[in-house]
Structure formats: C-alpha cells, structure tokens
Ligand binder design. Structure first.
Ligand SMILES: CC(C)(COP(=O)(O)OP(=O)(O)OC[C@H]1O[C@@H](n2cnc3c(N)ncnc32)[C@H](O)[C@@H]1OP(=O)(O)O)[C@@H](O)C(=O)NCCC(=O)NCCS
Length: 187
C-alpha cells in the first residue's frame, strides 16, 4: 500500500492533474529561494515523471500531498534516494509545498508518516535529511520530526554549481536511526 491517510492529509501517487499546480509551485521564487533557480514546465514535468518512475521501480518515493476538502494538490513530501552524498546508499526525507499552504503543519504531519513508512514498510535502517543553513523552515521541520543534527556529516553538495550559487554549497546534515525512531514513537 503506497497511499496513506493522516489526520488531515491524503498522501498519494501522482496524477496528470498535478502537473499544472506542480509547475506553478516550481516556478515560484519564494518556494525555490534555496534552489538553483526555478524549475520551469519541462523540468517540472520531467521531475514528476522521475518521481512516478521511482515509485514503479522501488515501491517508495515522494508522495503527492492532497488536503481533502481544501486542495487536491499542495506539493510533495516523502522519501528520495540521496546516494550521491557519500556514494553509499542513503535515503532522505524531503518536502516542497506551495507557498499558500505553509504554516499549517502539513509537512510535519506528512513527514512523520514518511518516517513510519520508511522504517516499517521499506525497512530502512536510517533516514537522513539536509539543507542549506539559511533554509530555516526546512531544518525546523527536521528538528520537529525528531531528526538529530550531525555536524560531522555536513557536506558540500556535489550537484550545486558553486560559481553561480556559492551560498547553496554547504549543507547541514540531520539523521535518525530506526531504533531511535522506535523509541521516540513508543513514548
Ligand atoms: C520547508 C517547507 C516545506 C516548510 O513548510 P512549513 O509549512 O513551514 O512546515 P510545517 O508544515 O511543518 O509547518 C510548520 C509551521 O506551521 C505551524 N503550525 C500550524 N499548525 C500546526 C500543526 N498542527 N503542527 C505543526 N505545526 C503547525 C507551525 O507553528 C509552523 O509555523 P511557523 O513556521 O510560523 O512557526 C516549506 O517552507 C517549503 O516548501 N519551502 C520551499 C521548498 C524547500 O525549501 N524545501 C526543502 C528543501 S531542503
């Protein structure tokens, strides 16, 4: 079962109807402030295709987030491969939401479900997350869902164009192991 419901959200596979609102949020400078430029229509569509192909191939990935009764698509939250960080297999929990839906705790709610899915269903030993230090909204989600800051694993992102975006090179690293997660949800 790849779809999940939480108190307020439906976390689901992607639909053709998501393409327009996804392209709109990927072209919003506020949403893309900490990325290497906007993702215009072609790149947005290609990313959505990659996300769905990953679900088909591996049975896990980034969910399209729906708020039933409020909005059919507000962005994505879920798991994504991050092997490029060290060369070893690694899975990150990640998120991107349309600006109009920030500030409601939707990402925190969905990301907690992503941890449960990753540890219980996918069988991961560790889930990580990382961002640039100035993306405070993002690392605050990491802290809210119980990820631990691990400064010794901070890194320079290999896919960032350091000449064009020097401020996006250094990343702060957070992680959570399955046993720590189990102990925290039992409390
Ligand atoms: C990073 C991002 C996903 C965070 O979104 P967000 O809405 O701040 O995160 P949450 O859903 O956890 O909501 C937390 C906020 O909702 C508030 N909130 C309201 N109801 C809440 C609830 N029931 N539970 C938790 N928080 C709640 C919190 O107080 C907090 O508000 P504050 O920031 O004003 O203190 C969003 O800013 C985004 O999409 N940014 C652009 C893309 C991006 O940078 N992605 C990450 C790349 S590493």
């Amino acid at each position: 079962m790849t779809e999940r419901r939480t108190d307020r959200l439906l976390l689901r596979r992607w639909r053709e109807a998501d393409r327009d609102p996804f392209a709109a949020l990927n072209a919003d400078p506020a949403v893309m402030e900490h990325m290497q430029g906007l993702q215009l229509r072609d790149r947005s569509d290609a990313f959505m295709d990659r996300i769905e192909a990953h679900w088909d191939a591996d049975g896990w990935g980034l969910w399209a987030v729906e708020v039933p009764g409020v909005a059919p698509f507000i962005g994505f939250v879920g798991l994504w491969p991050a092997d490029y960080v060290t060369g070893a297999p690694m899975v990150e929990v990640g998120w991107r939401l349309a600006r109009a839906h920030w500030g409601h705790g939707y990402v925190t709610e969905a990301a907690r479900e992503a941890l449960r899915f990753g540890f219980e269903d996918v069988g991961l030993d560790e889930i990580v997350s990382f961002t640039v230090p100035q993306n405070e909204r993002s690392w605050r989600v990491m802290e809210r869902i119980g990820l631990r800051r691990e400064p010794s694993r901070d890194f320079d992102h290999p896919n960032v164009d350091a000449e064009a975006y020097p401020q996006l090179v250094r990343h702060v690293f957070y992680a959570l192991g399955r046993d720590e997660w189990k102990a925290s949800v039992r409390r």
